[in-house]
Write a protein that binds this ligand. Sequence first.
Ligand code: MN
Ligand code: MN
Length: 454
Amino acid sequence: MYAKNIWKDISEDKKKAIFDFGKDYIEYLTVGKTERRAVVETEKLARKHGFVSADELKSYKPGAKVFFVNKNKNIALYILGKKPLTEGIRILGAHIDSPRLDLKQNPLYESNGFALLDTHYYGGVKKYQYVTIPLALHGVICKKDGTVADVNIGEDKGDPVVGISDLLIHLSGDQMQKTGDKIIEGEKLDVTIGSIPLDGEEKDAVKANVLKLLKEKYGIEEEDFLSAEIEVVPAGPARDYGLDRSMIAGYGHDDRVCAYTSLRAILDVKNPEYTSCCILVDKEEIGSVGATGAHSVFFENTIAYMLEAMGDTSYISLKRVMENARMLSSDVSAGFDPLFPEVNESKNAAYLNNGIVFNKYTGARGKSGSNDANPEYFAWIRKVMDENNIHFQTAELGKVDQGGGGTIAYILGNYNMNVIDAGISVLNMHAPMEVVAKADVYEAYLAYRAFLLG
Ligand code: MN
Ligand code: MN
């Protein structure tokens, strides 16, 4: 069903399914606030549904469910199909990193009676959105003895939160004259974490007191920050949004909303014809770089390992699997915002509650950087959607030359596989509080499942 509101002529059963699914997603989003946490939650759910890790799997036969975890930040799940891998697999790909602030390697300092943490922002953020909101700290501190302290401060009801200050309006005469990108500058995004001086300490006593607390709680010294990865994210749970509870407000829908719906789709698949795959990657927000990003050979390696386990070590077989694969590169779309209609061209915009969004292309300045899916492929997708009564729409990211953005689609496209961008409309993309519609979340899950079985 093309471009039709999901709530019109909806059955009572489907209404209930939408709200039930929304509840499950809120739980995942609340707990899975970083790529590492999302991998942990994903593995938990996968294991509940009979998946085992690659080194635990006894035999690679049709119906087998297996997952590979890459450096705790990237995970690939497979259900082996009846047909050989070389005849084509179905891939759902999404990213589990989100824009945020990362602590610098030497983060801690004291200034004028406060202890602060210096950060470097990660991904595209409007910096002024990160001040005067409750923030939480998530991450790991890796010590030289090989142990890892898991940091999670600001989420439990009894926890303190941290935050970044902003100038009071009374003294903002100069600040308010600045352009949006300069109102709060990158080096001003420092997190306040304490103000009590340590007894008997002369210099930097507040910092010393914070270090004492960290030592008590995590057994770390200041130098251990050098091998830490701590992410500063909005504190608190995702929750229902709107008096009708039709939407969900939360941090990091981009792109955990596509990750979760893709995951739920593969969890529901049994004995598929073609092998089902769900790959959740890291680092999309900074260009899909590094060992855990979509550019990494990790994904290709998992296919090679599976082929090897099935007795096929031919390089050509690996090439065939990649080339014959079909993929939905799932990432969020910019939902039409009634307060900012001017950035869209209304015939080619994504609307909340109209179902999963397909983007033939993304990119900027003349589609640069986009994958631009083949129409032959999209015709097949349309057929799968219509045969399964799935609400779908098509969109571009805003008006021509208004801006733009990229996804992981082109990276997998380099393998010569058919890929198209698909995803869920989001309001306030990349803001500390993003919004999606529950009906779209559920519909995307249905679409992904239909794709795996199509
Ligand atoms: Mn994204
Ligand atoms: Mn993004």
